[in-house]
Structure formats: C-alpha cells, structure tokens
Design a protein around this ligand. Sequence first.
Ligand code: TXA
Ligand code: MG
Length: 340
Amino acid sequence: MFETKIIEATDDGMKEAQNAAVELLQQGEVVALPTETVYGLAADAFNPTAVAKIFAAKERPDFDPLIVHIATVRDLERVAIVPEDIRHTLNQLTTEFWPGPLTVILPKTPEVPDLVTSGLSTVGVRQSGHPIFRAINKALGNPIAAPSANRFGRISPTSASAVMKELGGRIPLIVDAGACSEGVESTIIRIEPREGKKPIFHLHRAGPISKEQLQKFGKVQAVKPGDTLQSPGQLESHYAPLTPFRLIEKPSDFTPELGKRYGLLSYTGEEGGEFVRMHRWENVVALSPGSGKLAEAAVRLFYVMREMDEMGLDEIIAEPVSEVGLGVAIMDRLKRASAR
Ligand code: TXA
Ligand code: MG
C-alpha cells in the first residue's frame, strides 16, 4: 500500500511535480501523469520490473500490451523499426499529428521488453502533446510505457481525482494538471503499404484523430472484432460504470420497468429532445450542454459517466451521437460501456 500523493503542476508546483515524477520513474516506480487524452499510469518502458507494477496496480491481464510514449521523434528508432515501405507515410503522419493523440503500431526493437508488448513483435508508439508529460519524458531520457490510469475494464480517468478513485493507495504519486483537453484515448492505427497506391490505415481504436483527418494520407479501414490482428486489449466490454449502462438507438427501444430509477446520458440535454421527453428521468446529464459540439462531448464523456455512476441509479440510458468525426470515438466508448 502507498499513501498516494497528489502534486499540482501549477506555476509554483511545476518543478516539484516534475522532479518528483522523474525521480520515482528512475527508481523503477509507477506514477500517474496527465496526457492530452486521458491520465496515464507511467513507468520507464525499458525497465520490466517497473512495467510489471503497471499491470499489478491496474489488475491488467498480461495479454494487453501498453503504448510507449517518446519525448522526441528521434527516439522512435529506440523502440521501433520503421520498414522502408511505410517510411514516407509515417513521416507524413508524424509531421501532421505528432505530438498528439495518434498511436502507430510498428515492428518493435529488441530493447522493448516483451512485457510491454505482451509478447507481440509490434509496439504501439505515440508522442504525447501534453507539455508536462513531455517534459517528464524528456528528463527521464527513456521512453515511457503508459496505459490509461484506471483499473482494468473501468472508465478512463480525465482528472487527478478520477485517478485517485481508481488507483489511490496503489501508486505513490499523481501529477495533477487539471482536466485533459481531448478526453478520449488516442487513435490507434497500423499502416499497410500498397504498391503504387495510398496505404491502408487499419483503425484499431477510434480516437481524437478522426477518419476524415487520416484519409488525406491513406485509406482508413476499421479493424473488426474477431479480426486476427485486433488489438488484444480492445475488448467488447470496456469503460464500464458499475451501474448498468445501456446505449439505445431510438426512444422506442426503451421500456421502463416499474419503480426503477433511470438516468439519461443525453447529447445536448435540451428539454425538447426526443430522448429527454420520452421518460420522467431521475437525472438528465448532457455530454455537450454548451455549444452541442462533439469536442465538448468527448472532453466530458468519462467525467459524466463517473458522475452518473455515483447517482445511485438502477440504470443509465445513453442516447447515440452521430458517428462522424469525433463522434465515432465517442460512440465506440458508449458501445463498449454498454456491452456486458
Ligand atoms: O491516449 C492514450 O493512448 C492513452 C494515454 C495514456 O497515452 N493510453 C491508453 O492506453 O489508452 P491503454 O493501455 O488504455 O490502451 C492501449 C491500447 C490497448 O487496446 C492495446 O491493446 C493497444 O493499445 N495496443 C498497444 N500495443 C499494441 C500492439 N503492439 N498491437 C496492437 N494493439 C496494441
Ligand atoms: Mg485503457
């Protein structure tokens, strides 16, 4: 057991937070760090003993590989071997989207411990766009392995207090940099080169970098459940609140049971909305109460799911959002939270 410390990485605490995090990472400990997507549970990727502590703290099964974060693009060659036939495409992608929420699956170097990749010959790599994460990554000097800082299968944390609820007592330190700016985990792709044609991007996980953005550089194809090359951790049931959670397609798909307390996870929460009107909800919580934009909905998604989980409801009913742009990533999370 640890007494989990939270250090605020604000103006005064910045140096203290960074130094404490780097010191712990050097000692082979794990620390929770902010990224632009969600909070990550970080360890020195080249230290298998430290990486093992990630799996232990999260109760994560060892078949689920971790994403490796690099501080600078130059560090890419320390963790991945870039095949000649995708080099040009990879350059285009990293120029456009790094630092940022895009993870690319590449053949790994022998230096990356098997534990990190769950024995796979490939490694998922990204360069985080969060200035504090990158500063710590740079000061450590080694790549950082970091999954989302939640217990396995649960809702990803987008604030330090959410990390505390998930992993308090299990880790020594949380660096608090406020809410994450993206709110959903990075987009994950694998690049398949094609002779004389644009490459195929196999989409392993929808995220902040949308299909529409990727299409400029290649043809995007979703990896389907059951696909042999599917990401081992992309389980059908994931991001699950403890309260029963159900995504419905249309209002007529919902028949309330007598005496049960239902809450609605609505897109805009507007009173006139067909889902809002269809039942006398205990609570209606809006994903995007402001401008009704998908970016706001993504940022609030995991926060709102946690909040509703604590309302003592019998079931949370979620209405769909349109599956364009960021909406694909949001719907992916809602579907997995809804799968049991
Ligand atoms: O935004 C993010 O990516 C966050 C922050 C902390 O960087 N990290 C994150 O990690 O979401 P995690 O562990 O929650 O999700 C990683 C996903 C898993 O579904 C895993 O199966 C997949 O990435 N993955 C990692 N390495 C892979 C590989 N070599 N091949 C296929 N899938 C891989
Ligand atoms: Mg995760």
